[in-house]
Design a protein around this ligand. Structure first.
Ligand SMILES: CC(=O)SCCNC(=O)CCNC(=O)[C@H](O)C(C)(C)COP(=O)(O)OP(=O)(O)OC[C@H]1O[C@@H](n2cnc3c(N)ncnc32)[C@H](O)[C@@H]1OP(=O)(O)O
Length: 421
């Protein structure tokens, strides 16, 4: 790295011409980094409003030796903000890292490493229990202690006459069509119910409000094809919704972009609603990795998983706080050693679980179980059990200790995070 590089945090409230140009340059760098088109003025105004609403902190690196060419556009970008995450036993603030880009001219010189390590230091200083991100590639973030902690499936469901649920999802609720422009209050109320009941659910950034209300962030304009169905529960309150568009072609397809349910019945009712859309015989969209729909169908083969990528990556920062926020499934106690090359979560604790919750107190005893911070991140939300991690050599201890750890740690519904950022 050279002295020509300046690391700065943007002030999104400074509307001076010089700063406005820098903010626009920062956004331009992100859009370039993710191979998106240049931002229109309207897009930029929305983006700024959303970033301010979420309290996003935007950091960038500017190269002063750029000969005046694109001098407002940084060569690296990095952003963070915080939102509540349902960790299973408690809701905690998650430090959400996003918009990490480095220009092709400056890659592999350690810019991202410096931005990331400094950012994680800030998260620890702010008292955050965990940092989270979604990764563009699978090999980057382990070195910083992140582990893939949830998955999200893409499914393709044949909704011709072969689609039949074993039981009609009839609890007295109904699905109503909503004008996207008016759907946000219902959608956000439904998401709140989902967030409350779903381990791994992460509150949505403000851009969701614009998107569900009909703004297409990719096309930078109003979406004319988007439809919203809101599920109204038996109590008369929204308990789910689905955002979709119908794509006409040789095989007309319903493309779901977001499906949120606050109850199991709402989830199946939304699928029945999608299957009932005439002139289309296929629905494609996101789904939980462990999907009740597969078990609710008479013929489970009408639902096909086309991909199952990792989604939310978790980096534990505060060992005791993270352990105490997740659920435990048996009563008992053991000594856990967590190794963290960056130091944040490094330590040995005595974990004592009782009644579904645990306390973690610093300990000098000999550890029963040893694992690294990345592995702890991977198992924290319950997507991966102790056994496969032990077989992979990533959780170590004698057989009795591993069995005790599995009894304590494994259980509960599998997590689902459907929030993208
Ligand atoms: C949370 C998010 O925003 S996810 C999106 C990430 N961004 C993108 O995918 C956009 C396109 N890619 C980029 O902008 C860049 O290539 C980045 C941000 C991924 C990497 O930035 P760089 O500044 O080149 O990374 P940096 O030089 O700091 O590398 C740090 C370490 O990560 C490794 N690394 C960097 N990129 C990759 C990669 N794509 N795959 C595997 N390892 C990688 C480096 O080898 C280095 O390893 P080491 O220090 O342990 O030897």
């Amino acid at each position: 790295m050279t002295d020509d590089l300046i690391f700065t945090t943007l002030d999104l409230d400074d509307e001076s011409p010089a700063n406005t140009a820098r903010v626009a340059g920062w956004l331009d760098a992100v859009m370039r980094g993710f191979h998106q088109g240049r931002a229109t003025d309207g897009f930029r105004t929305r983006w700024l409003a959303v970033a301010r609403a979420d309290g996003v902190v935007n950091r960038g690196v500017w190269d002063t030796s750029s000969l005046g060419l694109s001098s407002d556009v940084p060569v690296a970008t990095f952003a963070h903000f915080t939102k509540p995450l349902n960790a299973g036993a408690a809701v905690v603030d998650a430090w959400m890292i996003s918009d990490v880009t480095v220009a092709p001219t400056h890659r592999r010189r350690g810019l991202m490493r410096r931005l990331m390590t400094e950012n994680l230091d800030s998260a620890v200083a702010a008292g955050m229990p965990v940092a989270v991100l979604t990764a563009s590639e699978g090999g980057i973030y382990q070195r910083f202690g992140f582990g893939p902690a949830t998955r999200e499936a893409r499914v393709r469901v044949d909704t011709s006459s072969a689609f039949r649920l074993r039981h009609a999802p009839d609890d007295g609720g109904r699905v109503v069509m909503a004008d996207p422009a008016e759907s946000w209050p219902a959608a956000s109320a439904a998401f709140a119910r989902h967030h409350e009941t779903t381990r791994g659910a992460l509150a949505r950034p403000t851009f969701y409000e614009h998107w569900i209300s009909g703004y297409d962030w990719d096309e930078q304009g109003e979406s004319r094809r988007q439809r919203v169905g809101v599920r109204v529960g038996p109590d008369g309150q929204p308990d789910g919704y689905v955002v979709y568009e119908v794509k006409r072609g040789d095989e007309t397809e319903v493309k779901v972009s977001d499906l949120v349910a606050g109850t199991p019945t709402a989830y199946l009712a939304l699928w029945q609603f999608l299957a009932d859309i005439d002139l289309a015989r296929v629905v494609v969209g996101p789904a939980p990795a462990v999907d009740p729909l597969a078990h609710a169908l008479v013929d489970h083969r009408v639902r096909r998983v086309t991909s199952l990528p990792d989604h939310l990556w978790v980096r534990v920062l505060d060992l005791a706080a993270a352990l105490e926020a997740r659920p435990w499934f048996a009563d008992g106690s053991l000594v856990l050693r967590v190794e963290d090359p960056l130091g944040h979560a490094d330590g040995t604790v005595r974990l004592t679980a009782e009644g579904g919750r645990a306390t973690a107190a610093p300990s000098t005893e000999r550890p029963d179980i040893t694992l690294d911070v990345e592995t702890l991140g991977t198992m924290w939300l319950g997507d991966v059990a102790v056994d496969p991690l032990a077989r992979a050599g990533r959780v170590t201890g004698d057989d009795a200790a591993l069995a005790r750890f599995a009894a304590l740690a494994d259980g509960g519904p599998s997590p689902y995070c459907s929030t993208h950022f």
